[in-house]
Design a protein around this ligand. Sequence first.
Ligand code: ABU
Length: 814
Amino acid sequence: MSEFPTQARAVVIGGGIVGTSTAYHLAKLGWADTVVIERHKLTSGSTFHAAGLVGQLRSNANITQLLGHSVRLYTELERETGLATGWKMNGGLRLACTEARWTELKRQATTAKSFGLEMHLLSAREAQDLWPLMQVEDVVGAAYLPTDGQANPSDITQSLAKGARMGGVTIREDTEVTGIETRDGRVTAVLTSRGRIACEVAVNCAGQWARELGRMVGVNVPLVSVEHQYMVTEAIPGVPRTLPTLRDPDRLTYWKEEVGGLVMGGYEPNPIAWAVDGIPDGFNFQLLQPNWDHFQQIVELAMGRVPALETAGIKELIAGPESFTPDGNFILGEAPELRGFYVGAGFNAFGIASGGGAGKALAEWIAGNQPPYDLWPVDIRRFGRAQADVDWVRRRTLESYGKHYAMAWPNEEHASARPLRRSPLYDRLKAQGACFGEKLGWERPNWFAAAGETPEEIPTFGRPNWFEAVGREHRATREAVAVFDQSSFAKFLLVGRDAETALSWICANDVSRPPGTLTYTQMLNAKGGIECDLTVARLAADRYHITTGTGFATHDFDWINRNLPAGADAHLVDVTSAYAVLSLMGPRARDVLQKLTRDDVSNAGFPFARVRQLALAGAPVIALRITYVGELGWELHIPTEFAVGVYEAVMAAGAEFGIANAGYRAIETLRLEKGYRAWGSDIGPDHTPLEAGLGWAVKLKTAIPFLGREALEAQRGQRLKKLLATFTVDDPSVVLLGRETILRDGKPAGWLSSGGFGHTLGKPIGLGYVRDPAGLDPDAVRAGTYALEVAAERVPCTLHLDPLYDPKMVRVKA
Ligand SMILES: NCCCC(=O)O
């Protein structure tokens, strides 16, 4: 063997499927100078005991596409490397045994249609024809995805490793990482038991060791190992090699064929975490002691489906720890804490399904120094401070594991590890009937129960139990005034001599206007895609107060920080905890505010899109005249210790105007009527402001340079390939949730990015991009005939390119 490498462009740590796939794809991108370090032997962590099912459909189009790459790669790999992969495209079946699950399946079939993935709904009998060994008395219906399949995890990893070597990658087994060297916030070398490798990039694909490896350099990788078990039977007559994989979520189980027998595993609702305080030394190619007592609940459920299991010979019960994450999605991308340190970990039982595509996406992220497309559901920056505590991670992850096959109810909230982050108003709001949701650890009022109502959400695919309560809050906002506790907003201060120049470069809208101005703006990547969507309040010549969504705290901080021009005197500070936020919204908002301050809050004294320091009920408040609900209103950023006093004063002053508490579910219905976009669903890195109908918020008419400008200028001269529109449905009983297929003149032309109900309009509303790769003519878009596919049924709808509510902004600017 050649000398141990002392230098590489990238060092991939971990020789499982994700590490080898990343190295394979890096080589394809010309990064042949890549070294893979494996502490023991390839696959010896958890890849060797993975079950190997490859399903593709996810609730996000890009993640579905990423999994589709796994399938395409696995179909070709053996031909390229000459090493067998065990891949077969035997299709995947999924059963529904309750009406609610059948609705879920029908909604998934529509999602698949939206994303261009083949999926067929079957009767129980048709499903049984594909899987004759199962009894189907309790089956309501099934879905079949013909391009799903299964692979042999170890073989596919060896094949990827061979492909990587063929591309020039060096792989070193029996080599432990002992440290990561950094300088000026960047990775400079990986230290190993065999020597130091200087590198530009270190890639943490260390599976269940990834959290500990991250901790070496202060990078949070929130995952824990959970014991997962599946049993392998001897050959069973009637099990063909072509048997599709089977998921039977109501019985918590999955199945696949293996050498004429069956593999059957499941997700217990009472999972067991493993080695939370550290994985034992020498845990290589090792399994855990089988825990039949724990698995018994799964076996009983499984035997009801496949009676042949009762008499089948059992070869073994595989018990292995696998890494899982708090939200059930894997973790990808460059760590916000350390430049050049990338993570691909936490694959939640989907390591083999995701490995091919995740390795490709990660390699492209590394080589391009940015995500190749919007990967927000798996982006490492979706986490924050709350996810740094291992006990919090363990508790939330166990909930997530236990719900692996549970119904994915719309709007469902997590139950575990709460409450964690509380606004100063939490107890007061709770006492007034708040039903809380949670985001990034923050408790946030979703809605308020009236006397006699229970602040509890009952899961359903139909009209939810909180529908009327939200309607009340919606009307209070439209007709009187409502107060929303939005303390969880992420808030940053950008301060310094060069703050204006720096921010002008990063923001698509004009933030160079004088102190006192407030600007709604996007921040774009070089392709013109929307990386951040936020408000920038200029407090002073050298000082900006930036507000963004709760869930984007880490992402947006990272984006701004990494794009500050080198050497600029502009410093970004997270001041989230310093301010509570009360949003006072509605036509009587001014009446309430004026009662509490001597400052002038008239339209002339405090116009729309301005920021002022107000002395309000004894508190020094930063007041932002802005709205996300489409009414006259102010966001009041209140030093935390004054929050309770201001809230009490606002409620007392507002009593005569009918003030109401309102929550995030009301915000959602209000913003949909107004056509306000939400980052992460309606807008994101794959959408430009022009496509999103936000061209008015871009400073193309000025000469100010900004990141993404060239891309937008190029796009301005062309026909757009997608355009965000609003859709309304006349039948008020239709429930829109997002992902419904948009049919234009009878043909699929996109899907809804958001869905909900407008209580002023009295109609279901959705937002979604109308797509045409050949380019769109807005007049032709308007002239089309539209329908939505909702849970596999066609529903007529109307397209709108202008806001449904107050299109001239009369109420907002009143
Ligand atoms: N590792 C088991 C995968 C189960 C599933 O794909 O549903």
